[in-house]
Ligand binder design. Structure first.
Ligand code: KIV
Ligand code: NA
Length: 270
């Protein structure tokens, strides 16, 4: 299977219609990428790895080094999906030049195909700057977790008319700047409809209803690795439960001396 390309993702939406919805999941490690790759169109090395892998309280402390290292692992573990890397907080906001330097580093060190950045109108010039210089950009509007200190939390966005209008304006600005797709996070269904209609590129929803051109979830959330997940997450499995049960069995077998048994034990050649 040949790796999908950014233009092929962009072309999934033609004249406002997306016949085959885009499937994206987060991946942070090579093995995880191997397991997800064939089923997805895009793998997102999300800065959510701050909380999910590193136990950080938000995505704010995530660094370029973390993103580059995990992105490289995900590229090594995949051969089909387009790998997109989140630009971490503080690595792109101050100028298009700063963003280019950070994004170029991420792509050079990982082999990923594109970057994602949060923000709409304020980041449109930067998105165009990167795109014109060989770095495809995925946008991210609505609930933007890197703005947690400004937003005051992770509540759904767009419940007032002014907020709703701003989200549509943000998405349009990114679309005009050449973004190849836009993540729409944590918005009411009517906004997902308005944004998806307003932009020519595909929208990828998370907590944004079934009205987008694709969907994304944090893989650990949908696998049931965590007890507390947002309402928009469907837990398809209880992986944490499976791990706990398995580890309890291992611990019991070590303590009662039933592991290792003869099958797992080397003997000298006769
Ligand atoms: O960091 C992340 O995982 C994301 C997705 C939730 C869209 O940005
Ligand atoms: Na993110």
């Amino acid at each position: 299977m040949k790796r999908l390309t950014v233009p092929k993702i962009r072309q999934r939406k033609q004249d406002g219609v997306t016949a085959e919805l885009l499937v994206m999941l987060t991946a942070y490690t090579a093995r995880q990428a191997q397991l997800l790759d064939a089923h997805c169109d895009l793998l997102l090395v999300g800065d959510s790895l701050g909380q999910v892998i590193y136990g950080l309280p938000s995505t704010i402390p995530v660094t370029l080094d973390m993103m580059a290292n995990h992105a490289a692992a995900v590229v090594r573990g995949s051969y089909h999906s387009v790998v997109v890397v989140d630009m971490p907080f503080g690595s792109y906001e101050s100028s298009p030049q700063q963003a280019f330097e950070s994004a170029a580093r991420l792509l050079k060190e990982s082999g990923a195909a594109a970057v994602k950045l949060e923000g709409g109108v304020a980041m449109a010039e930067t998105a165009a700057f990167l795109n014109q210089r060989g770095i495809p950009v995925m946008g991210h509007v609505g609930l933007t977790p890197q703005a947690v200190n400004v937003l005051g939390g992770y509540a759904a966005r767009g419940r007032s008319d002014a907020e709703a209008d701003k989200i549509v304006t943000d998405a349009k600005a990114l679309d005009d700047a050449g973004a190849f797709a836009i993540v729409v996070e944590g918005v009411v269904e009517t906004i997902a409809i308005d944004v998806t209609k307003a932009v020519s590129c595909p929208t990828i929803g998370i907590g944004a209803s079934a009205q987008c051109d694709g969907q994304v979830l944090v893989t650990e959330d949908m696998l049931g690795m965590f007890e507390r997940v947002p309402r928009f997450v469907k837990r398809y499995e209880d992986i944490a439960g499976i791990i706990e049960k398995t580890v309890a069995t291992y611990a019991e077998e070590v303590r009662d001396r039933s592991f290792p048994s003869v099958e797992q034990t080397y003997q000298p050649k006769k």
